[in-house]
Design a protein around this ligand. Structure first.
Ligand code: SF4
Ligand code: SF4
Length: 425
């Protein structure tokens, strides 16, 4: 059933909300109505996004809300202090346009949208304070602008190399400082018991994500890649226990679909690994175009999805300092973001995803202005070419105007993959 918006005389804030609601609804309606065999349990996620982005529903009024600017802030520590992490990375074109007046034109749309969103103070779950890891230059510099809106933004030192012992030790110290700071701000003590429980809960969350991924390895893929993005993006802000319950239900439905060989794909649908600048709701322009072109995203290598759940924390001793060090190691080592000087891990991961998920090709999206992903495309393209894996590189932004040109390129790529399949038969 399609969702509708009511029109009336409105204030600037209401207008902004209406535009955002329209963006959200367009994507939710597309996902719900335009693909065959919709997954019933996705209803939880469609409603969640509608409640939050169309009706400004706050989910965490009883909690201290900790804004995070990137995945490099360990959620485990925030949960252990009885606070909630709210990831602020934003995908709205409406916010991108507001942010364009506050950030240089050439900034990436994600950061402009994040800044635009925070500048409007038009938020359902407004963060009490924000932690910003010094990852890419744009995130790092955006902190000053965000502070001018009245937010407290705390920088978390993040190294730009990850192989050396120095960077490992550097980030361990940084995480210990972060932990002391947030403990002070929340007026809560980080206890051994709470931190252990929190690490274990996140481990369970990761295991759920891996169960979902397993279904996508099958020939009969039972869920759209765009729906999977919605599930993982919901983790940015949802109540963790609600998210767990909804994903458990989703797994059980996908199991039934797998048993009955119900699939969302066509017979010849090429299987795609998606990588690059993170797709964040409702900026699903490229993923939806891929799946509308009769391909299926079977896996991704992005920080708004796979990278959030990929690697587990390995703890030797369950003492607070040991757990903090293990968290720091996990967040640093496992990160395949191109902000690092060398990033062979990312190439290895993409190659591994292509193999494990029997993908036919890779689609690499870089946001215009996201220099790190733009810069890293050459090495990834070379590596894929060497391995004989077809890859399509796209530059995109949040504007709806690019749709036609992107769709032509995606359709041509998907067609070439289908042709390759036919020739192999
Ligand atoms: S792309 Fe990199 S710096 Fe940007 S949010 Fe993702 S992990 Fe953080
Ligand atoms: S890594 Fe790229 S997409 Fe992420 S904030 Fe930085 S410039 Fe934007």
């Amino acid at each position: 059933m399609s969702r509708q918006i009511n029109h009336k005389i409105e204030t600037a804030k209401e207008k902004q909300n209406r535009h955002k609601a329209m963006e959200a609804i367009k994507v939710l309606n597309t996902l719900q109505d335009e693909f065959k065999h919709p997954v019933k349990s996705m209803g939880y996620f469609y409603n969640l996004f509608e409640e939050v982005y169309c009706h400004q529903k706050a989910l965490h009024d009883d909690k201290i809300k900790v804004g995070t600017m990137c995945i490099q802030i360990p959620s485990e520590i925030i949960y252990a202090l009885d606070a909630v992490p709210i990831r602020l990375c934003n995908g709205f074109y409406t916010d991108d346009e507001i942010g364009s007046d506050l950030m240089p034109q050439k900034s990436c749309p994600l950061i402009k949208a994040t800044v635009g969103h925070l500048s409007s103070k038009n938020m359902s779950d407004k963060p009490h304070f924000i932690y910003s890891p010094t990852t890419c230059d744009q995130k790092t510099k955006a902190g000053i602008t965000i502070e001018s809106f009245g937010y407290e933004v705390v920088d978390v030192d993040f190294p730009r190399t990850k192989e050396s012992e120095i960077s490992r030790e550097y980030f361990r110290r940084s995480i210990r400082e972060f932990s002391a700071d947030i403990s002070k701000k929340t007026a809560k003590k980080l206890t051994k018991k709470k931190l252990k429980q929190s690490i274990e809960k996140m481990g369970y969350v990761q295991s759920l994500y891996h169960q979902l991924s397993e279904f996508r390895k099958s020939k009969n893929v039972p869920i759209l890649g765009s729906d999977m993005l919605l599930v993982t993006n919901a983790f940015f802000f949802d109540k963790i226990d609600n998210w767990i319950e909804a994903v458990e239900q989703l797994i059980s439905e996908l199991q039934s679909r797998a048993d009955e060989s119900i699939t969302v794909t066509g017979k010849m649908s090429p299987r795609i690994v998606y990588t690059g600048s993170p797709p964040i709701f409702p900026n699903y322009k490229v993923p939806i175009l891929i799946e509308e072109s009769d391909a299926i995203i079977v896996a991704d290598e992005t920080c708004s999805s796979n990278r959030m759940f990929n690697d587990r924390v390995a703890v030797d001793e369950w003492f607070v300092n040991d757990m903090l060090d293990s968290l720091a190691d996990k967040y640093l080592k496992a990160c395949t973001c191109p902000i690092f000087t060398k990033n062979d891990d990312r190439i290895r991961r993409i190659l591994n995803l292509v193999k494990t998920f029997s993908a036919d090709g890779v689609i690499y999206q870089a946001f215009a202005g996201c220099t790190v992903y733009e810069l890293e495309q050459r090495s990834v393209l070379d590596a894929m070419e060497k391995a004989g894996i077809p890859i399509l590189y796209l530059e995109s932004d949040y504007s709806p105007s690019q749709q036609g040109q992107l769709s032509t390129r995606i359709e041509a790529f998907v067609e070439s993959l289908k042709m390759k399949r036919r020739n192999q038969k």
